[in-house]
Design a protein around this ligand. Structure first.
Ligand code: BLA
Length: 513
């Protein structure tokens, strides 16, 4: 796809799996089932003394003879024959060899009926005992019980192994937008922890691709990609889903440039067959990490993915246990104390502790008791009137009060979402919990606009700062959701209060008879 066809409004239609080009730090040769060369990247002549045109439609051994003595005769052909049925190249990759004294990796992959042969010069870095490092890393990571510690430790370990300037854990919310939930970075970089971005920053087709291919290396945003030439007999563009070298979407290249990032690497985190998030790594200069390091990072991602399962449940369970603990405390206060209002609001456990709210009010006996951060009395009286008129259900909740009651816009930072528990509609008694606007918890740090490059207008808009602004507009006046656990907790409390009120009323009746 040509650059001018991709714009901000059609991002998710860009066919990024068939870009027709590769990143130029390696070269690609593609053979068919008969081991005839059908595609070849244009840049091959920078690595071997043969051009793409000369190789296309030649048998594979033609390439092998060009590579010369550094690969055993028929080595590639043998590998293709061996793995033909098993199709398990992952087990054998990478094949190491030398080309004119430079260490190379050959990585074999599949694309429909073709074999992708990708050649990457291996960066001459200090030898690292990768198995040992991974063993240690996993030991460290899995030692963490709490999800946040697990994520923080993973970011730190990945940064230690790969040396990227910034390593983030980027988590997708249900609506597809994302948040930086953990970060390890060079000291002089601004913090991005807690920042949110809209779903369109990582469009749908890219997410689908990252579910299939668990790592994505972008080695240098400033190099020109190399075209893939074909024999011309095949009308289908070459599918690079399984490729290591797949060229990058021009929109994303611009995004990275606007952020001041020269190279990136991301590792998929999968939870219940969905993309839960990405470990996103940035570097301010070009950076290539070899196939083995990428596979090690992939393994860490896979282990973290499986750990997510039980750590997430742990977190929910822990929260639920806290709600249950406080509910039990409240129930016993209710039994012991004749004054319902005091029982619910004046002890160490209050109605504010049985859900995750920032403020709560009890409207009881013609009196309003406020806990935590709430709108002021005047604002509350307007809201309560609205509740009296409009809420018929015994439990009601929303994430945007101002959407149904516009005056709430003026205190959205304090109360964007509410949950109303109707104790008695007749005598107008309620418990109302509040959650603040989510956006409040987010601050933009640094000024990434500084790194803008002169570009056509459409491209200028793509930067994390603008993304943040877009996201902000979509979530203004919205709070976090009310979870099933919170709703259950509120329901249980309501039942208990009604039970106690009724029990006390009948005891009083008996006494008076
Ligand atoms: C890919 N976008 C990505 C990737 C990330 C982000 C992590 C994966 C590739 C990589 O690791 O570089 C987004 N990166 C972020 C975000 C942060 C970050 C949110 O560091 C926050 C800190 N991108 C846009 C817009 C479009 C777009 C508007 O912002 C489209 C119009 C496209 N992003 C886009 C595409 C890809 C992508 C097409 C796939 C790139 C590829 O794999 O070829």
């Amino acid at each position: 796809m040509a650059d001018d066809q991709v714009n901000l409004s059609n991002c998710d239609t860009e066919p990024i799996h068939i870009p027709g080009q590769i990143q130029s730090h390696g070269f690609l040769v593609v053979v068919d089932a008969e081991q005839q060369i059908q595609f070849c990247s244009d840049n091959i002549e920078q690595f071997l003394s043969v051009s793409a045109a000369e190789l296309i439609q030649k048998p594979l051994h033609f390439l092998e003879s060009e590579i010369g003595y550094s690969l055993k005769p028929n080595f590639i052909a043998d590998q293709l024959n061996l793995a033909k049925d098993a199709k398990k190249f992952d087990q054998f990759n990478p094949f190491a060899f030398n080309l004119a004294g430079v260490p190379y990796h050959l990585i074999i992959g599949l694309s429909g009926g073709y074999h992708l042969l990708e050649f990457e010069p291996v960066a001459a870095t200090a030898p690292m005992d990768i198995e040992k490092v991974i063993g240690h890393t996993l030991f460290e990571i899995l030692g963490k019980r709490v999800l946040q510690d697990l994520l923080d430790d993973t970011a730190t370990q990945i940064r230690g192994i790969t040396g990227y300037d910034r390593v983030m854990v980027y988590r997708f919310a249900e609506d597809g937008h994302g948040e930086v939930v953990s970060e390890a970075r060079k000291d002089d970089l601004p913090a991005w922890l807690g920042l949110h971005y809209p779903a369109s920053d990582i469009p749908k087709q890219a997410r689908e691709l990252y579910k299939l291919k668990l790592t994505r290396l972008i080695a240098d945003v400033n190099t020109t990609p190399s075209r893939i030439l074909s024999s011309g007999t095949d009308p289908e563009p070459l599918n690079l889903t399984n490729s290591q070298l797949r060229a990058v979407s021009p929109i994303h290249i611009q995004y990275l440039k606007n952020m001041g990032v020269s190279s990136s690497f991301s590792i998929s985190l999968i939870y219940q067959n969905e993309l839960w998030g990405l470990i996103a790594c940035h570097h301010s200069s070009p950076k290539f990490i070899d196939y083995k390091s990428r596979q090690s990072a992939r393994l860490i991602g896979q282990i973290l993915s499986s750990a997510l399962e039980y750590r997430q449940n742990d977190k929910i369970q822990q929260e639920q246990e806290e709600f249950i603990y406080h509910s039990k405390q409240l129930f016993s206060h209710l039994k012991e104390n004749d004054n319902i209002e005091a029982a619910l609001t004046s002890n160490s456990s209050t109605i504010l502790d049985i859900v995750k709210a920032s403020g709560a009010i009890l409207v009881y006996n013609n009196k309003i008791t406020r806990l935590g951060v709430t709108p002021n009395d005047v604002q509350l009286s307007g809201l309560i009137l609205w509740v009296q008129k409009n809420i018929a259900r015994s439990l009601y909740h929303n994430v945007s009060i101002s959407a149904v009651y516009p005056p709430a816009w003026f205190y959205k930072d304090i109360a964007s979402g509410m949950m109303v528990c109707v104790l008695s509609k007749e005598i107008k008694e309620y418990i109302i919990w509040f959650k603040p606007e989510i956006i409040q918890t987010v601050n933009w740090a640094g000024n990434p606009n500084k790194s803008f490059e002169p570009q056509e207008d459409g491209m200028k808009q793509i930067s994390p700062r603008n993304s943040f602004e877009v996201w902000k507009q979509t979530v203004t006046g919205t709070s976090a959701d009310w979870t099933t656990e919170e709703i259950k907790s509120a329901m249980n409390l309501k039942e208990e209060i009604i039970y106690i009120i009724n029990a006390k009323a009948s005891a009083l009746r008996l006494l008076n008879e």
